[in-house]
Ligand binder design. Structure first.
Ligand code: TYD
Length: 207
């Protein structure tokens, strides 16, 4: 048995990044061997794909190209970074994974959750997260946070319509039901300290 693969999902402005950092520090203090990483990106090749995906200049990108690039970035990152760390018995904390593609490209871009799942299956084989923390923040709350946070870089997907972000959220709700054995839903409308405490509690119990 190797390590554990824990993914973090949520719409824009869910506070994922702060939560992951706090969980990382907490688990490290507890003596766990932790690798924190993110998608799209997390390795040189995958980060290069990320730059193409998130560039505000690439407005003409076709939805299928977008889905394939996310899947390509995921395959590279998984094989180059995640699987070796898992085999070494580490705990991987990954900011976004497959479910982001299912919610954003599958549901919100309306390519279909099933079709997007199929192209990703080719990339990731049978490797699924052991646990997925979904930080639940409705789009109106999340987007207000994104645009209030002046230090945050706004990317191509942040600039999508409110309807798009509503569909992302609806997509996550569908996934939380479909994958209920690995999804844990955390109320992300609370203040960040509470969200962090709730998440740490879930992960501690899991481990
Ligand atoms: P990211 O830097 O992860 O931003 P956030 O802080 O919102 O998590 O940006 C990644 C963007 O790409 C985000 O808008 C979600 C989107 N995305 C997809 O559409 N599909 C995917 O498969 C992934 C991994 C991300």
């Amino acid at each position: 048995m190797g390590g554990k693969f824990i993914t973090f999902e949520g719409p824009e402005g869910s506070g994922k990044t702060s939560v992951i950092k706090a969980v990382h520090d907490y688990l490290e203090q507890e003596g766990y061997d932790i690798v924190t990483t993110r998608e799209p990106g997390g390795s040189d090749i995958a980060e290069a794909i990320r730059t193409i995906l998130l560039s505000k200049e690439n407005t003409e990108m076709d939805a299928r190209t977008e889905a394939l690039l996310f899947a390509a970035s995921r395959a590279q990152h998984l094989h180059e970074k995640v699987l070796p760390a898992l085999e070494a018995g580490k705990i991987i904390l990954c900011d976004r994974f497959l479910d982001s593609s299912l919610a954003y490209q599958g549901h919100a871009r309306q390519l279909g959750i099933e079709d997007v799942y199929q192209i990703n299956k080719f990339g990731i084989d049978s490797h699924m997260p052991d646990l997925t923390i979904f930080i639940d923040v409705p789009p109106e709350v999340g987007l207000a946070r994104v645009f209030d946070n002046t230090g945050r870089k706004i990317d191509r997907l942040d600039l999508e319509t409110v309807e798009f972000h509503q569909r992302v959220y609806d997509g996550y709700k569908i996934l939380a039901k479909r994958f209920e054995d690995r999804f844990v839903v955390i109320d992300g409308t609370n203040d960040v300290e509470t969200v962090i405490e709730d998440t740490i509690m879930v992960i501690r119990t899991y481990l």
